[in-house]
Write a protein that binds this ligand. Sequence first.
Ligand SMILES: [Ca+2]
Ligand SMILES: [Ca+2]
Length: 361
Amino acid sequence: MDSKSSITFLAFFLVGSLVALSLHIYLFSPISPQLLDVPSSSLVNSLFPPNTHLQEVTKIGEGLVKDPEDVCVDKHGTLYTASRDGWIKRLHKNGSLLESWKWVNSTTLLGMTALDQGGIVVCDTRQGLLRVDEDGVTTLVSQFNGSKLWFADDVIEGKDGSLYFSIASTKFGLHNWYLDLLEAKPHGQLLKFNPQANETSLLLDNLFFANGVALSTDQSFLLVCETWKSRCLKYWLQGDMQGKTEIFIDNLPGAPDNINLAPDGSFWIALIPMARKGMEFVHTSKIAKHLVATFPKMMNIIQGSHKKATVMKVSKEGNILKRFDDPNGKVMSFVTSAVEYEGNLYFGSLNSNFVGKLSLN
Ligand SMILES: [Ca+2]
Ligand SMILES: [Ca+2]
């Protein structure tokens, strides 16, 4: 081949490859994406600079628990967490031993809450809402509107016994969570289960990955985190605003996971990182989204670094009060939950083999 034919051949090869790739993406992309505006964290970072407070965390039950996403504490001070091996582990008040309490046939347990009458409710992304108590495991809610309940993410009990819970995505499952992020459309829901009537109803639809839920001290409002939007919504349960929704806090410097009421009426929010540094452009390009969705090996591009952790304390009016970080995941990373009890913060994480504990004094 002379040089002219070589160039022609190369051009045909490149165009052909591009057409083949586009066709492959067109035929096999599992998403129909829209763009996602990831807020800049520079303002929050200037007011509340990242720090190393989470590096003072001590480890409870190291090696005895796998990726405990959430923790909860009952009225007797017993702490519970769900391990990815299906064990619900617990720690008695003032105890130091993380005990294997009950086993659930699941490797996909997420958010949980302690019940007033004893026992806990835990979200399973395949089975729905499960109640676990001394007698064993009972399924409370497994379907809604005639469809199987997928991807229940977090739950909280109201004082009348109602359970408020989130469905992260009605389209994608736990192991495809990154497709929900790439698609960036609101497939999340907030639901309410009334145990007396054995009835489940829809409170909010069209949420961008509905995640942590929490009730205010007086239970006049409910908070639900919209992970992909870096914000939490306030849903009014009482008063003039009953049934209405407003933004509680937005422009968070990360994606909110679990949110928990603090004893003083404020809230602790755990933030997971949104995208690997320098890879934020993926959220602004439909072509890039299709590419990553079609070739899942590229998904670590959009997965934020596991090697950091951030939690924030936010007042009931939605103002940031405190911030704790482990900026390089030296002690604890990918923290998904922070629960305050008697002067200590307890942490769950999707990248830990222990429950974290930090003294607030
Ligand atoms: Ca929770
Ligand atoms: Ca969660």
